[in-house]
Ligand binder design. Sequence first.
Ligand code: ATP
Length: 261
Amino acid sequence: MIPKSHPRYKSLMMREKLVEALDKGILAKAGLIAHGRGETFDYLIGEKTTDIALESIKAAAAMLVLAKNPIISVNGNTIALAIDEVVQLAKELNGKIEVNLFYRTKEREEAIKREFYKKFGEDIKFKKIEIHGIDDANYQIPNLDSLRGRISKEFFNADVVLVPLEDGDRTEALVKMGKKVIAIDLNPLSRTAQKATITIVDELTRTLPLLIKYVKEFKKTDKERLIKIIKEYDNKKNLKKMLLYINERLKKLGDDENFAI
Ligand code: ATP
């Protein structure tokens, strides 16, 4: 048991959740390493949602609300850390969730299906949410190897895809398919961050509650205003601002006489 008073309680709890997901067969071993890469960048960012990330979150919320057929794509890490928030967000939209696995095995597919049915069986039964990408992954993303490129018809037809923790190759392929891709990635230098239509440089479990909040708000907002938010958003500029923010933050810490390493 990790005591709540531990200074790194939240971070350690996230690790616990990932290890648990690994034991359940939901997460691939490499998912632990991917999380570690994210943790590093979170240190550099200061482990909080910056105003720069908030700008991306608002643009993403506007894009999701305006989408004709949005879908949320989840991998093992996302399920391990934020299955509740993913389902909550899906319910605010059209209920569609796609399971997309970098390391796709029958066992992992089954473990993930079990987790969704165990926690949200009623929602699935009453069609409040739909889980795609396991039994119906009969379509293929062009120019990707067969396993990583497997998708459902629903995903194939989606106009806006939220892909938390995606990899660069797939992101690029999805953009080439004409999709608007919203990524959540702590690393502003990753290929995913560079290729996505909107990149939210923030931690997944901090981002999702904010995304849900703005989606709820924007559903009641004038369409023209949402179009304006998206028009005024520039992903390249946002990523540059993030890099400068990290740069300045580290410089300030380096200049701080009282800073103790
Ligand atoms: P790319 O293929 O886009 O260049 P990569 O190879 O660096 O990416 P992957 O290993 O495919 O990255 O995926 C891990 C990515 O997910 C990392 O960039 C990491 O920053 C990010 N990440 C991991 N955990 C989280 C999290 N909890 N919240 C946000 N981002 C995260």
